[in-house]
Design a protein around this ligand. Structure first.
Ligand code: PMP
Length: 398
């Protein structure tokens, strides 16, 4: 049967990563991959993660199955992390979480769940959105529709187009996928008043929001990054949230995330969670344990939590610093073009607006590798490569 299978195309990002690896030049810069790097270009293990792992090595007494829901301690802390410990939604048991293998796992389980309720239902995603969203939605059997989001002219949000498109095209029962913060790939986020307006629209049209929260703490702060999400959760009847701990704990390979469900009342949420449990059981059955134990060990120890917050702040401010430095270096080179987008956008990614020819030129002439759509990983910039990148970008922008 395998003989019938045509060779699948290689994922664009994966192909670029391979090309970078094989490039013989010593002077080259990788701004492709979406992982946080320190100034030395490494993807280090956080000190607090190491401390939690040491603790686990000593204290863990069993490798018994964790259960379909994963680590109960993670399910316990998740709603408070997203919505604030004093959220009435938690007191009313309207919100429940389940541990998943990464944010990807949360998205896939969430979409599988939605497809069991309304097979083939429509999911609205931003143009553009993270490259894995559309295949994941379609893979679950749902239908993708796109709303305008990014405006290339000034590399910012086209909010009016977003609202007017959804107002006229979306219909009751449709799902709308939103990025909680640090929009991937554009770095362009909704402001709080814009979240309020989208909440009004969700209520008016009867849409179901699904919020992807993969970078909590990487934008402005752990609480600030979910301010819009919190506003929406307080007003809408139902919601799904996919969380990832890959970035904020730098535990990418431990595959740790959570799916959070919010229903109209405690019974609806409990029933929805039971349906989700059934979906997980026939898929991967249970999530891996180690990453969740790291997260809960840190979050439930006041001293470790305080240290983790400092490490998170370090990552966040390094990214913000890189944005400011690159902007300054481009201004020094008098590129002429408006480059305020570099510091206006937030999170790990910046959408440069470079077209495919410019992206190719950067790679071939300057050894600077960006994603094919011009997205750069701002955390890939460092004191060692900043001038080289500024030179290349200046040549392109002039
Ligand atoms: N959503 C978005 C927007 C992401 O950027 C990512 C990670 N690149 C994920 C979800 C998935 O995260 P994880 O690696 O935890 O599966």
């Amino acid at each position: 049967m395998f003989n019938e299978i045509k060779e699948a195309g290689v994922d664009n990002l994966m192909a670029l990563m391979q090309q970078f690896k094989e490039d013989p030049r010593t002077e080259k810069v990788d701004l492709v991959v979406g992982v946080y790097k320190n100034d030395a270009g490494d993807v280090p293990v956080l000190d607090t993660v190491k401390a939690a792992e040491r603790h686990l090595l000593e204290e863990e007494s069993s490798k018994n199955y964790v259960g379909v829901m994963g680590d109960p301690a993670l399910a316990e802390i998740m709603p408070a992390l997203l919505l604030g410990a004093d959220s009435p939604l938690i007191a009313e048991s309207r919100v429940k979480s389940l541990q998943t293998p990464g944010g990807c796992g949360a998205l896939k389980v969430g979409f599988d769940f939605l497809n069991t309720i309304k097979p083939g239902n429509r999911v609205w995603v931003s143009t553009p959105t993270w490259a894995n969203h559309i295949p994941t939605i379609e893979g679950a059997g749902l239908t993708v529709a796109q709303y305008p989001y990014f405006r290339p002219a000034d590399r910012s949000l086209d909010f009016d187009a977003m609202v007017s498109h959804l107002s006229t095209q979306a219909k009751a029962g449709d799902v709308i996928l939103l990025h909680a913060c640090c929009h991937n790939p554009t770095g362009v986020d909704l402001s709080l008043p814009q979240w309020q307006a989208i909440t009004d629209l969700v209520l008016e049209k009867g849409l179901l929001p699904f919020v992807d929260c993969a970078y909590q703490g990487f934008g402005t702060g752990l609480e600030e990054d979910v301010a819009g999400l919190r506003h929406m959760a307080a007003r809408v009847p139902e919601m799904l949230i996919a969380s990832s701990f890959s970035k904020n704990f730098a535990i990418y390979r431990e595959r740790t995330g959570a799916l959070t469900l919010m229903g109209e009342n405690a019974t609806a949420t409990a029933n929805a969670m039971k349906a989700v449990v059934g979906i997980v059981r026939t898929n991967y059955s249970m999530p891996p344990s180690h990453g969740a134990r790291i997260v809960t060990t840190i979050m439930n120890d006041p001293d470790l939590k305080a240290k983790w917050l400092v490490e998170l702040e370090e990552m966040r401010s390094r990214i913000a610093g890189n944005r400011a430095t690159l902007r300054k270096k481009l201004e020094e080179r008098q590129v002429g073009a408006d480059i305020s987008f570099l510091t206006d956008q937030t999170g790990m990614f910046s959408y440069t607006g470079f077209n495919p020819d410019q992206v190719k030129r950067l790679r071939e002439e300057f050894g600077i590798f960006t994603a094919g759509d011009g997205r750069i990983n701002v955390a890939g910039l460092s004191s060692g490569n900043m001038d080289m990148v500024a030179e290349g970008f200046a040549a392109i922008l002039r």
